[in-house]
Design a protein around this ligand. Sequence first.
Ligand SMILES: [Zn+2]
Length: 214
Amino acid sequence: MRIFLFILGASLASATLCLAYRLNLRLSLSGFSYCDNCRQPIAPISLVPVFGWLMSFGRCAICHQRIAIKYPIIEFAYGMLFLTVDDYRVLLVFILLLFCSEEDSFNQTSSSWILLPLPFLFLENLRDVSPVFLVSLFIFLYFSVILTAQLGEGDIPVLLVLLSMLSVHYFLLAVILACIATIAYSLFSGNKKTAFIPFLTYGAMISQIIFQFG
Ligand SMILES: [Zn+2]
């Protein structure tokens, strides 16, 4: 029966990616998915998360345009996440983070304010954290945004929800992993302005897995 959790996670990830894509390009939310290149509807079998991509060898069945490998990887990761994490609050955070990550990677803006109520779901994780530490961290983040312009305003709600969900140690691990990945990506791609939320999401996912099995 647990296989259904994998299918649920992979399908929700697939739907979230599709929603972010369509909202970003201001496309209609109804109707079947179609290929970006040839505008032909995608065969139902190719829409099955992870398997669809493998069955079609990562290409559109009609025009053979490549379909980015990130789609099956993200769907697989979310399938595994739903299989291993049984806290619905954590799963909700990761689905919303996926949406914000996609928006951020499209146009470096994100409606991450939707995350702002979520820290209240995890208040018990912050019970043992000193209020002085929290206020200092918030001031540090705020000035990082103002002074360096390296963090975007949209990153702050993401950092707040991750801090409350992961608690301090795993939060710092997630941020360090995200920074290393962002620096590596910037050097590799030569891209000066890189979306940070996708990297924070990957960092948080690895941190969450270590927390789960650690
Ligand atoms: Zn096509």
